[in-house]
Write a protein that binds this ligand. Sequence first.
Ligand code: SAM
Length: 272
Amino acid sequence: MIQDNELTGPAEPTATRRTADDTESSRASRGWWDRNADEYQTEHGGFLGDDRFVWGPEGLDEAEARLLGPARALRGRDVLEIGAGAAQCSRWLAAQGARPVALDLSHRQLQHALRIGSDFPLVEADAGALPFADASFDLACSAYGAVPFVADPVRVMREVHRVLRPGGRWVFSVTHPIRWAFPDEPGPEGLSVAASYFDRTPYVEQDENGRAVYVEHHRTLGDRVRDVVAAGFRLVDLVEPEWPHWNHQEWGGWSPLRGNLIPGTAIFVCER
Ligand SMILES: C[S@@+](CC[C@H](N)C(=O)[O-])C[C@H]1O[C@@H](n2cnc3c(N)ncnc32)[C@H](O)[C@@H]1O
């Protein structure tokens, strides 16, 4: 007997809100990023630049923001980039004289890092179980890597804390929590509150067998502060980049229209 999907192809995933534990979230992320890395790099690679350090769709650049510290604080430093994708940020760090290690869960994303060219280590691993000895790094960073996709962010925070040396900085960007309350649309339809900001139920896309193929986890701003503090970090800044006048580009639900009204990205600057 011919199955339906032999005629029509695999069914489109359906979006829902339900719980998803760490294992399911991790498996979904690896699969999704392996399948979508090519499209992601085609669509966003130009904006990200091969060797720029961009914190998010607003285009805030570490060359100006200096959230990891002044230029002299990078030279000769061991830096771990988590959820590095094609390692654009690590390439910028290497050009500043740092010694980056780029880690990502997705093999295909790291193949893009190889394609662009990397003279630093690329590590395929989960942010929740970092394959490094204690106190291996001076700095750690992540531009939208891993943190929004894990069920247990405190586990990631603790792992980063463990591999950092005392005094080390951990700077990471995530979707600004306020966006959870709005539809993920760049136009006017994305300007009206449609869901509770306080509802932490994950956003899950699942296949016809109910298996998660994409998961995003929501934390409120207060939750994220408590996560970093619970892991032993001191929060020294929380940056909400404003949409700059030069950026006319839409990135999914991020757009100049919304960016001028509500924050799209939150960047946490922490110290060990
Ligand atoms: C939005 S991309 C960001 C990549 C890069 N920083 C950039 O700005 O293009 C998110 C990345 O996080 C990675 N990722 C998701 N979950 C992860 C996890 N649990 N551990 C490590 N990396 C993860 C994905 O594979 C993907 O490359």
